[in-house]
Design a protein around this ligand. Structure first.
Ligand code: CU
Length: 99
């Protein structure tokens, strides 16, 4: 009885969180793994390349770990365009995680 109540509360919370993420649709943050970076200036190149993509709102690129965290408007650009931008700059990237 108590267990079922907990499950009901959980599904309400999950539903509310799901609704919140729909309300925020438009801005999305992804972490890209960029294994081709070989020194501490590489992230700057990657960051510049990503910032040129229309719709990109914020970029954080780091050498340790080798990744770029990108916030972008998903009605203006796509993950594939972000990956193409880093690849064109010489740094192919892979989706690490969605946040
Ligand atoms: Cu470098």
């Amino acid at each position: 009885m108590l267990k079922q109540w907990k499950i009901a509360v959980c599904s309400i919370i999950v539903g509310a969180v799901g609704f919140a993420s729909i309300a925020l649709a438009g801005s999305q943050t992804v972490a890209l793994s960029v294994p081709g970076m070989t020194c501490s200036t590489c992230p700057l190149t990657v960051k510049k390349a990503l910032q040129k993509v229309p719709g990109v709102e914020n970029v954080t690129a780091t050498f340790e770990p080798k990744e770029a965290v990108v916030t972008f408007n998903d009605s203006k650009t796509t993950l594939e365009q972000l990956r193409a931008a880093t690849a064109n700059a010489g740094y192919p990237s892979l989706l690490k995680e969605s946040q």
